[in-house]
Design a binder for this molecule. Structure first.
Ligand SMILES: *Cc1c(COP(=O)(O)O)cnc(C)c1O
Length: 371
């Protein structure tokens, strides 16, 4: 009898559910015999790569045979200046997902737990479980994080508490004041990780970056990414801002060349591409209004979102609607995995993409009602 190889893996790893990405667009089109499909499934920037980033990436390929600058010297210097922090507080990651993973690897063992919210970004659960640590999932309140309940769930074994602000896939957000109140209440043995992947898009009263609190709370960690408003999802680059001691731990754990040269160059370029960022935000705001106006006229409930996506409630069989949208070349994201079996998450696209999604969805709902 052959050994069951999977049983050799660490217990936490055996329990992981692999992250479900979508099929490549080309493959999907081939299978369905369609063309011109649109992807509104991964919260990517619909503007495509910034021209300044493209030029910087091409230039970086000159040195493509060399290892990247493992310390990200220029990017950290520019980020430190822009964020008014010290470079020693920064940790660069292969996407901010890597930074989230480094936090779990550095601070969680099997005797520890981490606090997350119901419907929160799945990566938290993944990185906690991989450490054999326990995820304590705190019920959401109106789809959002219930910070007082999360604080109440902390015990002496808690090392991390994750706040997605805004959260994906719900789009919900919490105020800066409520984060401050949480930090005041918690012992500083609990690292509070505020994931600000969608920070640039947010325009909500009471919202503010937790970076404002970074000097006052050594146990605060803020993560950001270049994947969303800055449009560099393929390049894989994100970072955290923390106390230098936390950054030191993360920097010991990471691979020496975890961020590649094109990504470093692109991030540096796009940080100063104010026009791109302004257009990202503008297209997103207009697209949000277009989509929610469409949902209202279709009589569909949605969760108000501060990000670049919206979770919309679809009556009846959600996976049938999802599949039917796919066959029409409109790719969105089912979110049953997040405990939201009645919603689909749609990323905000260009005006014609949003319209095509609304038209397809509207037709499907009518067809079904008249079937
Ligand atoms: C997209 C996203 C990230 C960023 O992922 P990257 O690894 O930086 O591409 C982080 N947190 C949340 C909540 C997200 O939705």
């Amino acid at each position: 009898m052959r050994m069951d190889l999977k049983s050799l893996a660490l217990p936490g790893v055996q329990h992981l559910q692999p992250y479900q990405g979508g099929k490549p667009l080309d493959e999907l089109e081939r299978e369905l015999g369609i063309s011109g499909a649109i992807k509104l499934a991964s919260n990517e920037n619909p503007l495509g790569l910034s021209e300044l980033a493209k030029v910087a990436i091409e230039a970086s390929l000159e040195n493509g045979a060399r290892y990247p600058d493992g310390n990200g010297f220029y990017l950290k210097r520019r980020l430190a200046e822009k964020l008014a922090v010290s470079a020693s507080q920064l940790t660069l990651g292969n996407g901010s997902n890597e930074v989230l993973e480094l936090l779990a690897r550095g601070f969680l063992g099997q005797q520890h737990n981490a606090i997350i919210a119901e419907h929160a970004f799945v990566v938290y659960q993944l990185v906690i479980t991989a450490q054999n640590a326990t995820a304590i999932v705190v019920p959401a309140s109106s789809w959002g994080h219930d910070l007082p309940a999360m604080a109440a769930a902390v015990n002496e074994h808690t090392r991390l508490l994750f706040i997605a602000n805004p959260n994906n896939p719900t789009g919900t957000w919490v105020s800066l004041a409520s984060i401050k109140a949480l930090l005041q209440e918690l012992p500083d043995t609990v690292l509070v990780v505020v994931d600000e992947a969608y920070f640039e898009y947010v325009d909500q009263p009471g919202y503010g970056s937790a970076l404002e609190l970074i000097d006052d709370y050594p146990n605060l960690v803020v993560t950001r990414t270049f994947s969303k408003a800055y449009g560099l999802a393929a390049l894989r680059i994100g970072y955290s801002v923390s106390h230098p001691d936390v950054a030191d731990i993360l920097n010991r754990l990471r691979q020496p060349f975890n961020v590649n040269s094109p990504a470093l160059a692109a991030a540096l370029a796009v940080l100063d591409d104010d026009d791109y960022l302004r257009r990202s935000i503008g297209v997103n705001r207009d697209g949000y209004n277009q989509l929610v106006t469409g949902f209202d006229s279709l009589g569909l409930a949605y969760i108000p979102s501060a990000g670049n996506f919206i979770a919309v409630q679809v009556p009846g069989d959600v996976s049938a609607i999802y599949e039917a949208l796919l066959r029409q070349g409109v790719i969105v994201r089912p979110v049953a995995l997040y405990g939201m079996p009645h919603h689909l998450r749609v990323s905000i696209g260009l005006p014609h993409e949003n319209q095509r999604f609304l038209d397809s969805l509207g037709r499907l709902l009518v067809d079904r009602d008249t079937a």
